[in-house]
Design a protein around this ligand. Structure first.
Ligand code: HEM
Length: 552
């Protein structure tokens, strides 16, 4: 036997460290707390994290787990247990009742200084309940019916630009990646509808403006390639060892890896654009000599001589003038102390509008077009409705109300290819879920993609059937109906703020595009390959050859 004092201290420390790591990797207390909930077998230290490194998209990984372990199971991100609920009604309630998004440690935790402030101030990321409510209230007037009606003609204009671009491919008989074409449309819509500027994203020339537009779009695209589950080495380490944030932050600041540098460059370009938009709005407000608060389209609550105004005029009075998003934010304040939004807060919202308004809707349009091109019988029904209800000219909000099949096609594409494949929340209090008491602070995930593909709810879930959204059809009758079975936009206080804009924009764009063209899919794309990073998207794009069916 060696006397204890002869053992070098470094050996003792090394052994103690090894024991600590082994125990940490087993996370015995949490494992005991969650022992009665089943789930996929977790590995020491990494938990189930390795499943995301297999190359099978996370939407499909969660669907596999849901089929095997649903309706409720647990997974481990390193030492952090996350409860996954695949039962639609229960999942919806959990999303609805908990206002704090699940934030697993990752790249955003490594940001410092201004980047960190901008990151944490955007509507998507704000954690504080009151601040979130104040900022969301500032956004909301942009999306009321009156504001959206006022924006319709701008969206129509962008859709016409897209058609003229597609016309060139039709004339040549050549293919185009319509996913990227839709991206130029959606960024163009954000420019005019939110900021009142032409971002030149659909210009066909090689001017300075079009080059700047390409750079902006490429930066936005880059940001959507981020993988929320350990996209780079630093965030993979943080996911497994969340307590290492204070150590890794300074290291990452001075030694960022390639992925972090790429993301930072893209982010800065969008921040600079947002800042420039704020400056432009300020100059414009000063030039107009108008109070920044005057962002409404039409004015008075009473008509001439104090006569009550018509319903239409009152509706108009609440409409925000298209392009007034910055003015709206500049005139907003915090309820707690009445302080106006800071520049950082305003720039952070503009940044998110540019990002969220771009890729989500572009993906939705691309998935819908793919589904229609792959199902010509459904495309024929859609075209029949468009030709009947809005055969030419601008597509208005009234036209849209008479086009249920267009809406059903978009809903069905959002079901099969929900851009947000997963929703996550942090439990705000101890919660009993299916008889298990889950402690406050635990992560809960609802795999929307798996629910949208559940054969117990949807008959032939992989088949594109817009009719399942139209009451009275056999397809509608064949499906089960319950709350939470369709949640592409989320639920509750964190529900998508831009949902109505996205749907109106998608309908107008589809009506223009399909009344003018038919699409032939380039062979080899059925079934469509998808991948899931921040959002679900086509893996290689959606390649189609347009043919003119009708000159406008
Ligand atoms: C089809 C298109 C879209 C889809 C599928 C979509 C989906 C979503 C989803 C699933 C959420 C999270 C909800 C939750 O956690 O419960 C969300 C949040 C959000 N979306 Fe969208 N979105 C779309 C279009 C847009 C557009 C056009 C905007 C433009 C402004 C936008 C802005 C936002 C913002 C700011 C949030 C954060 C809301 C909050 O935290 O309160 N989205 N979206």
């Amino acid at each position: 036997m060696w006397p204890l004092e002869d053992i070098p201290l470094s050996w003792i420390l090394g052994a103690a460290f090894s024991v600590a790591v082994v125990i940490y990797g087993l996370h015995p207390i949490k494992a005991w707390q969650f022992q009665r909930i089943s789930g996929p077998k977790a590995k020491w230290l990494v938990g189930n994290f390795d499943a995301f490194l297999t190359g099978r998209g996370m939407h499909l990984v969660f669907m596999d787990w849901a089929r095997k372990h649903g309706p409720m199971f647990k997974i481990w991100f390193g030492a952090a247990p996350v409860v996954v609920v695949t039962e639609p009604e229960l999942g919806r309630l959990l999303i609805l009742r908990n206002g704090q998004r699940l934030a697993l440690r990752g790249a955003p935790d490594l940001m410092t200084g201004r980047d960190q402030k901008l990151q944490t101030s955007s509507l998507v990321a704000i954690k504080d309940k009151t601040q979130h409510r104040d900022v969301k209230s500032a956004w909301l007037p942009m999306f009321n019916s009156a504001s959206l009606d006022a924006s319709c003609s701008l969206i129509n204009h962008c859709a016409e630009q897209l058609c003229s671009h597609l016309g060139k491919y039709a004339a040549d008989g050549s293919e185009t990646d319509i996913w990227r074409d839709y991206g130029r449309l959606t960024m163009g819509v954000v420019g005019t509808v939110a900021f009142g500027v032409d971002l030149h994203t659909q210009d066909e020339d090689n001017s300075k403006n079009s080059e700047a537009a390409k750079t902006l779009i490429s930066a936005a695209q880059t940001l959507f390639t981020q993988n929320p589950f350990g996209g780079n080495l630093y965030s993979a380490i943080l996911l497994l060892f969340p307590f290492m944030v204070p150590i890794l932050k300074p290291v990452a600041r001075f030694f960022p890896d390639k992925e972090m540098r790429k993301m930072a460059a893209a982010r800065h370009l969008l921040y600079d654009t947002s800042e420039m938009l704020l400056e432009t709005a300020r100059k414009q407000a000063a030039q107009d000599g108008k109070d920044a608060q005057k962002v409404e389209v039409a004015a008075s609550a009473t008509g001439a001589g104090g006569a009550p105004v018509s319903l239409e005029a009152r509706k108009q009075a609440r409409a925000v003038k298209p392009g007034s998003f910055m003015h709206l934010l500049m005139s907003s304040s915090h309820t707690a102390d009445g302080s106006p939004f800071t520049d950082i807060e305003i720039i952070a919202q503009a940044f998110i509008f540019l990002l969220a308004g771009y890729e989500t809707t572009a993906n939705t349009l691309a998935f819908t077009t793919y589904s229609l091109a792959a199902n010509p019988d459904k495309a024929a029904k859609l075209v029949e409705e468009i030709d009947r209800e809005a055969p030419e000219g601008d597509v208005t909000a009234e036209h849209l109300m008479r086009m249920p099949y267009v809406e059903a096609c978009i809903k069905e594409a959002l079901r099969i290819y929900s851009p947000a494949a997963l929703l996550g929340r942090q439990l705000g209090e101890d919660t009993v879920i299916k008889g298990h008491t889950i402690p406050k602070g635990t992560g809960v995930m609802v795999p929307v993609y798996a629910i949208h593909h559940d054969p117990e709810i949807y008959t032939d879930p992989e088949v594109f059937k817009p009719e399942r959204w139209l009451e009275g059809t056999p397809e509608y009758a064949a499906d089960k109906h319950m709350a939470g079975k369709w949640m592409p936009f989320g639920e509750g206080t964190r529900v998508c703020v831009g949902q109505r804009l996205a749907l109106i924009e998608a309908k107008i764009a589809l009506a223009h595009v399909f009344r003018k063209f038919t699409f032939t899919l380039t062979p080899g794309q059925v079934p469509l390959q998808t991948e899931c990073t921040l959002l679900l998207k086509p893996k290689m794009g959606v390649f189609v050859t347009p043919s003119v069916r009708k000159e406008e």
